[in-house]
Design a protein around this ligand. Structure first.
Ligand code: DGY
Length: 307
């Protein structure tokens, strides 16, 4: 177990609260620490880093690290690490779960059934959109974008994508026949559009009113990346105006709060940030974060430093 390995090598101060660690608590407890294993709910910014003069490593248990001021940490000579690769397949599987739930109205159907409102099979009841022959637009061709795209041929979908698809193993990064296109072409032509980019100042509110207005009225948006990439108010507006057919979200602008309009909409699938939530993956993420801490504290280079 990751925690035991850490305890064998270091004095560990473990936060055991059920909710995210309160900021004052983090600030007070980090003062004498050389390493921190943090979650995406911990904001490790300049103020927090300045409270920890002995800090040598910040190990984020997530692939996204927008919660850490990595630039400032680097300036201070502190290593920042994340957990890439180990969560790729889990997030890709979950993304497909959302795509299917959204286009085949699985959540909506289950809610109706549980309310006792199902009147029986009918030819035109709760029709969804078939994936076969449709276009999947992937925004971000990193590891997770590639893993989502790789599963598309199984559903008969054609892939277009943005960004450079770097080959990380023996497999071709994108399925045969996929095309790299502009973000605008993904917006305008996709039947399902899935976001797989990090949150940066440039990607914040990438999906704004203008972007939604460019999408097909029959298209669906899926976000398993970071909440603030989508302007939730703009999404609510686009759904009200019927500019898109629906959306599936695993991440939110102000987690755990969700834009109230979205909670009311039947054509929105909402998940509580579960992308990497499998036993296998969370164990691997914890192990990797601990390995990073142990490496740095024993004078070795971190395994997965953020670039
Ligand atoms: C990540 O690693 O960035 C995921 O959002 C965690 O589930």
């Amino acid at each position: 177990m990751a925690l035991n390995r850490l305890r064998e090598a270091c004095d560990v101060d473990l936060y055991t609260g059920a909710a995210a660690m309160p900021r004052e608590d983090l600030a007070a407890r980090i003062e004498d620490k050389q390493g921190i294993v943090c979650l995406l709910t911990d904001r490790v910014d300049r103020d927090i880093i300045d409270r920890a003069p002995a800090l040598r490593v910040i190990a984020n248990v997530a692939v996204g690290y927008d919660n850490v001021d990595a630039t400032y940490a680097r300036e201070r000579g502190i290593a920042v690490t994340n957990t890439p690769d180990v969560l790729t397949e889990a997030v890709a599987e979950f993304t497909w779960g959302l795509i299917l739930a959204l286009t085949r109205r699985i959540g909506e159907g289950e809610r109706l059934l549980r309310r006792g409102e199902w009147r029986g099979w009918a030819l035109d009841f709760m029709l969804g959109m078939e994936l076969s022959g449709k276009r999947l637009g992937i925004v971000g061709a990193g590891r997770i974008g590639q893993a989502v795209a790789r599963r598309a041929p199984a559903f008969g979908m054609h892939v277009v994508y943005t960004g450079r698809a770097r080959q990380s193993d023996a497999r071709p990064p994108m399925p045969e026949g996929s095309r790299r296109v502009s973000f605008d072409e993904v917006l305008v032509t996709s039947d399902v559009m899935s976001l797989h980019i990090p949150l940066t100042p440039e990607t914040r509110h990438l999906m704004d009113q203008r972007a939604f207005a460019r999408m097909k009225r029959t298209a669906y948006l899926v976000n398993t990346a970071r909440g603030p990439i989508v302007d939730e108010a703009a999404l609510a507006w686009a759904l009200d105006e019927r500019l898109i057919a629906g959306a599936a979200l695993d991440v939110y602008e102000r987690e755990p709060a969700v834009e109230p309009v979205l909670l009311q909409r039947e054509n929105v699938v909402l998940a509580p940030h579960l992308g990497s939530a499998t036993r296998e993956t969370r164990t691997a993420m914890s192990d990797l974060a601990v390995d990073n801490v142990l490496a740095v504290l024993s004078g070795r280079p971190p395994l997965t430093p953020v670039t």
